[in-house]
Design a protein. Sequence first.
Length: 219
Amino acid sequence: MSRMRPPVELLEKNRPRQARAKRTYENILMAAAELLVEVGVERISTNLIAENAGITVPALYRYFPNKYAVLYALGAVLMDRQNVIFEQWHERHYADGGVAGLMGNVEELLLETYRATRDQVGGHEITQALRAVQPLQELRMESHEIVARRFSDLVAEALGVAVDEEMLIHARISVDTFYGVVELALGDNDLPPQAVLHCGASMISAYWLDLIKRLGKAD
């Protein structure tokens, strides 16, 4: 069943091809990311983004219909980076170690995702916007579904079983937990990030190892 079209237009108007237009486009995204850090998602506006990018509001509208489309593009960039990290992690550990290799290296995946999000300007604020702002929530949900489906397929292939509802539920809960752990490590200054990531990795690994054991396919 397909989702209803969101009431707010989220797609960019034009994907720039010329170098100057590409610079303008990137400046808009950087300006929005900086403003997310400075003023927060509630106060950000197309006027502020344009001013911070050094362009006029009509110039911004050549690329984006509204502020949500700018934030959507920022979120898409971050989600794509995180998904690439997942694929590279899988390639490193699955071929030689199978499911056990993946489960033994969840902390590495958490740490790399944490660093990529931390190092992107406004990374933590972008994740918060994707969770909190209704027009942006669909992007977050779709990205999580992609990762969950991919992980379910990997586990099912390794175990020689079909992906069923239980496995999909496990995957979705794990993915949401995964990103929740990353957000906690980024956002709570009273907790050491490495300890948060370590505990989160232990929980996710134990969760999957329990399912694998119940399937009678534990290594």
